[in-house]
Design a protein around this ligand. Structure first.
Ligand code: ADP
Ligand code: MG
Length: 454
């Protein structure tokens, strides 16, 4: 195995242990510089990466490497120049039809357009549509035809890795294609927050405002991160009004519907609800299969049907994980020059395939519920009767009962030593409400998704 192949194989496995954001940050532009006397020297782009890899990721990396190459006994990191690979310099130009890419891992794309923040890799062409996302997709296409006039604002929500960013980016890209004169900007809500904070600090608020208010299309991703950020919310509210009044298109995404975002100003929430709201749910079997096959086709390799079906019947949680499995197939293909058989795929994917009886701990449930409602875990455990705490507590009790079949006395005990009748009351109340309110049912499902996904 060449150094390059070895490193690719390491990265392919490592991405399952590291969040995509961290993966891109710490592992971009890393490669093996040399392998000598059992020592592997890894080149990293800067001191930050070096520190992180040494202190935080060295163990998992080492473990993976040992499996691949038992001779290696030590890893060292050194700051070096990235490999000399000329990068295309024109970010806005779309790639002409070219030879299919050779199988390789998709690391961070470097082609992001700086004026719009749009990444050309996310298009409608590569967006697979199924029952789980067809409403959001149809609304998106309508918006691209006449931005600002139908569905405004447009609010898309759904769990992690289900295609929100892809869809928002595709909308931006398609509007850019159809309307060259329109000024479009895609932002994460963190980025928007940073903008507000630095504008305040530098007394540059006017400048900041006029920058946003000149836009024709404003896209803000993951709006749930604005929870509790009052100043940013206020600024967004004014930006929203200024754009909306002039018929400009505004698009938001979130991991939950507007009414379930905690600590969100009422007036902003009602703006979100004033337009079109579409959700993306978990893809069904056929959709997952279609997505996997589409992605496989992009790499121009052949994967047997039984292998594809094996993958999609075992990876059900989200599309990002499907891509993770695909990357393993690609790494396998690189190393062996063939695609795996079903038997090989089983081995290859063993550590990513979820075990249906994956253990969820009570702590995980309590933490997730608390986090969902923007509370501390200890707040929902304590005896407070404050309304904003009581309800999440009841939900946590209900989920302990439903998901773990915990006994009522035990549930009561977990929450500050309450009586089992309190637990029974909570569980009955919540399950009744779930039957009565569809939106509450959705809310509970979002929490469950997080419990199992996170
Ligand atoms: P989210 O923003 O909801 O967390 P992303 O948009 O980042 O999810 O999607 C995760 C990955 O799955 C991305 O690489 C994206 O391209 C891919 N993906 C999501 N939805 C689809 C789809 N409908 N068809 C094809 N690929 C998809
Ligand atoms: Mg996203």
């Amino acid at each position: 195995m060449s150094n390059e192949e070895l490193w690719q194989a390491v990265l392919a496995q490592l991405q399952f242990q590291i969040s995509p954001a961290n993966f891109a940050t710490w592992l971009k532009n890393t490669y093996i510089l040399s392998k000598k006397d059992g020592e592997l020297l890894i080149s990293v782009p800067n001191n930050f990466s070096k520190e992180w890899l040494e202190n935080k990721y060295n163990k998992p990396i080492f473990r993976i490497i040992r499996e691949l190459d038992g001779e290696i006994r030590e890893l060292r990191y050194t700051v070096g120049a990235p490999p000399q690979q000329p990068k295309p310099a024109q970010p806005t130009q779309r790639a002409a039809v070219s030879a299919p890419p050779t199988p390789q891992l998709e690391l961070e794309e470097l082609k992001i357009d700086h004026a719009t923040n749009l990444n050309p890799k996310y298009t409608f062409d590569t967006f697979v549509v199924g029952p789980f996302n067809e409403l959001a997709h149809a609304a998106s296409l309508a918006i691209c035809k006449t931005p600002g006039s139908v569905y405004n604002p447009f609010f898309v929500y759904g769990g992690v890795g289900l295609g929100k960013t892809h869809l928002l980016q595709a909308i931006g890209g398609k509007i850019a294609e159809g309307f060259a004169e329109k000024r479009i900007r895609y932002m994460t809500s963190e980025r928007f927050t940073t903008g507000v904070v630095s504008a305040i600090r530098n007394h540059a608020m006017d400048n900041f405002r006029s920058l946003y208010r000149e836009l024709d299309v404003l896209i803000i991703d993951d709006i749930q991160f604005l929870a509790g950020k009052d100043k940013t919310q206020e600024e967004l509210f004014h930006t929203f009004n200024a754009l909306y009044e002039r018929g400009k298109q505004i698009i938001f995404s979130s991991d939950r519907p507007p009414k379930s975002i905690p600590a969100m100003e009422e007036r902003l929430r009602s703006r979100f609800e004033g337009g079109m709201i579409a959700d993306i749910s978990n893809p069904d079997f056929e959709s997952r299969l279609a997505i996997l096959k589409t992605k496989i086709a992009e790499y121009n390799i052949e994967v047997a049907d039984d292998v594809c079906e094996y993958i999609v019947s075992h990876i059900q949680r989200n599309i990002r994980e499907l891509e993770g499995a695909l990357n393993r197939l690609l790494a396998f293909h690189r190393l062996n020059n063939k695609t795996p058989t079903l038997q090989e795929a089983r081995t290859l994917l063993r550590s990513v395939i979820q075990n249906p009886s994956r253990v969820v701990s009570p702590k995980k449930i309590m933490q997730t519920v608390a986090e969902f409602y923007d509370l501390k875990e200890r707040e929902i455990i304590a005896i407070s009767r404050k309304k904003e705490v009581v309800r999440p507590r009841q939900i946590a009790m209900y989920l302990l009962r439903e998901e773990l079949k915990s006994s009522y006395p035990l549930i009561g005990k977990r929450f500050g030593g309450k009586d089992h009748t309190t637990a029974i009351y909570a569980c009955e109340k919540i399950s009744k409400e779930i039957q009565e309110s569809e939106s509450f049912f959705d809310e509970i499902n979002l929490i469950k998704q997080r419990i199992y996904n996170g």
